[in-house]
Design a protein around this ligand. Structure first.
Ligand code: ATP
Ligand code: MG
Length: 385
């Protein structure tokens, strides 16, 4: 029996005149993600249809659909001609191995098909009971599963029972572009995933303090970036050498200002790179109060050196909530690998928790800010995944 995947979207319905733009974008994103898998793809009023794929490719298709923002639900269906006997065969096939209670729901777009939908449901339900009387019973109100029969005008009927939830959200590319500051930690990859889900196309920037942080630390960030890229239709990572900036701060500024000043450099460099890439926002994994550098005073200090909007999707999340998402998207295991991050280099014993902006600016004036930034930026390495 032939099979198909029915894909449904949701929020896109709300977009009025923009609807066709969103539909086309989602279609392109799905098709791109299925590249390399033999199949046919068809839009079908408010849904999409994947057909003509081989059985062994279905797990791959399923895995990829779960990573596409804008996909609300999808169902794998058996496809038969609009013929009662064939529909019954498909329904029996779908019920094989199942137990518990069920109901049958028929949707008859092809009005030339007889019997009508209520009669079809009753007939098919009766056949299912006859064949699986030991394991299945009917329950219209509290069924464990529903056998859906979709009799279409084009002469094809879809029979299916399982509907999986996708990511929902908005198709990537529908909400502008942002530059994610990605560390090797738990929070920033989650922040990148959340903005991807909201439809933002993302670039990544990472600050690397070679030789204080080694190849393994960089590889870790590369792995995390690749995972986020799976939700973003591919991704670019820009690695910025940060050692000289840190050494300069260490040499010329009071010890307790290390993190505060480092953050300001990160933000300035991120904004410059973002502008050059056409990114419209900076994204961080900051969560209020989580560590010394994430008090509102610290955020004010780092925010004040940039004009671009800074998006912090996990700002109000508890660590455990962030970890739950990291586990779901498969970044957690990588994030907890014990490699150094540049933030642990020259870590002061007593970092400023509530930096005073005037004093920060004064202490920073010992540094050749523009010179350091230009030098770091001229040595950026780019990786594409
Ligand atoms: P994470 O879990 O994302 O590492 P964190 O809880 O360790 O965050 P901080 O070290 O204060 O918090 O970092 C706050 C944010 O600053 C990070 O979420 C990330 O967006 C950015 N950041 C920190 N270190 C780096 C780095 N080496 N390169 C790029 N961005 C960084
Ligand atoms: Mg960190």
């Amino acid at each position: 029996m032939e099979s198909a995947v029915i894909i449904r979207y949701c929020e896109i319905h709300l977009k009025g005149k923009n609807r066709s733009f969103f539909e086309k974008l989602l279609q392109t994103n799905i098709e791109n993600s299925l590249s390399g898998i033999k199949h046919t793809f068809k839009p079908m009023h408010s849904r999409y249809l994947i057909e003509n794929f081989s059985e062994e490719d279905y797990p791959k298709i399923r895995e990829r659909l779960h990573k596409i923002a804008g996909v609300h639900t999808f169902s794998r269906a058996l496809v038969v001609p609009n013929d009662l006997e064939r529909i019954i065969d498909a329904a029996l096939e779908i019920c094989k191995g199942k137990s518990g209670s069920f109901k049958v729901e028929t949707n008859r777009a092809d009005k030339t098909f007889s019997p009508n939908s209520v009669e079809t449901s009753a007939l098919v339900g009766g056949k299912i009971l006859e064949k699986f009387e030991k394991n299945l019973k009917v329950s219209v109100k509290n069924a464990d599963f529903t056998v859906n029969i979709d009799i279409r005008e084009d002469g094809k009927t879809f029979v299916y029972s399982e509907t999986e939830h996708g990511l929902s959200g908005m198709p990537v590319g529908s909400s502008g572009r942002g530059l994610l500051l990605i560390s090797g930690g738990i929070d920033s990859p989650v922040a990148g995933f959340m903005m991807s889900k909201r439809g933002m196309k993302i670039d990544c920037i990472h600050f690397h303090s070679f030789p204080y942080t080694g190849e393994a630390a960089k590889e870790k960030v590369i792995t995390l970036t690749k995972i986020i890229g799976e939700y973003n239709g591919g991704i670019n990572l820009y690695v910025v050498p940060f050692t000289e900036i840190q050494e300069e701060i260490h040499k010329k500024c009071p010890e307790e200002y290390m993190i505060t000043l480092m953050r300001r450099f990160m933000m300035r460099i991120a904004e410059r790179l973002a502008i050059s890439l056409g990114d419209q926002a900076i994204i961080t994994g900051e969560s209020l109060g989580q560590v010394a550098s994430q008090t509102i005073e610290s955020i004010t200090s780092s925010n004040s050196v940039v004009k671009m909007p800074v998006l912090r999707p996990v700002i109000a999340f508890d660590k455990l909530d962030i970890i739950a998402i990291a586990n779901k998207i498969n970044t957690y295991e990588t994030s907890i690998l014990p490699y150094e991050d540049c933030c642990t280099v020259f870590l002061p014993k007593f970092p400023l928790i509530k930096p005073n902006l005037e004093k920060v600016v004064k202490n920073e004036s010992n540094l050749d800010i523009d010179g350091l930034i230009e030098k770091a930026m001229s040595n950026i390495e780019k990786y594409s995944f």
